[in-house]
Design a protein around this ligand. Structure first.
Ligand SMILES: [Zn+2]
Ligand SMILES: [Zn+2]
Length: 155
């Protein structure tokens, strides 16, 4: 979003609702992230006691992730629903750019290891079957791990 021009800001506070293209997030390529929607914001901006700009509302985006356990795609909103930032205003301050903090808050909300549901049991490490759909034919994990080692030695 464009910087807030203090001279134009309504004394009663103003609502800023809109979206910025996902590019403003400058997200590093990540194999767990399939696609990212625009950065959406719904903010109330108010100047309080003359020298502080108070920003409250919601920021975030819709993200398609690949589950780190089962590799299925799922969508989730990422961001802050109780977003609040304040900015100290100096005499020379003419405008305040809210985008860097909105970007940071949204990026911090990205999960390091996204999972489709907390109950996701993932794929069998041996046969790759999605165990959410039911058990596979493989032997218990302990045995199959040794089996994997034996297979490696043959190479
Ligand atoms: Zn999953
Ligand atoms: Zn299996």
């Amino acid at each position: 979003m464009e910087a807030i021009l203090l001279a134009r800001l309504d004394e009663e506070g103003e609502q800023f609702t809109g979206e910025d293209p996902a590019e403003v997030l400058e997200l590093e390529p990540d194999e767990a992230v399939v696609s990212v929607g625009p950065l959406e914001y719904d903010l109330t901006v108010r100047q309080v006691i003359g020298d502080e700009l108070l920003v409250q509302g919601r920021v975030g985006c819709e993200v398609a992730f690949r589950c780190s356990r089962c590799a299925q795609e799922f969508s989730r909103r990422v961001g802050e629903t109780h977003y609040m930032r304040s900015y100290e205003l100096r005499d020379e301050t003419e405008s305040v750019d809210l985008t860097p903090d909105m970007r940071e808050a949204t990026l911090l909300a990205f999960p390091a290891y996204p999972v489709c549901t907390s109950a996701c049991v993932g794929l069998c490490p041996t046969c790759g079957k999605d165990l959410n759909a039911g058990p596979c034919e493989c032997k218990p994990a302990e045995e199959s791990r040794w089996g994997g080692l034996d297979a490696l030695k043959l190479d």
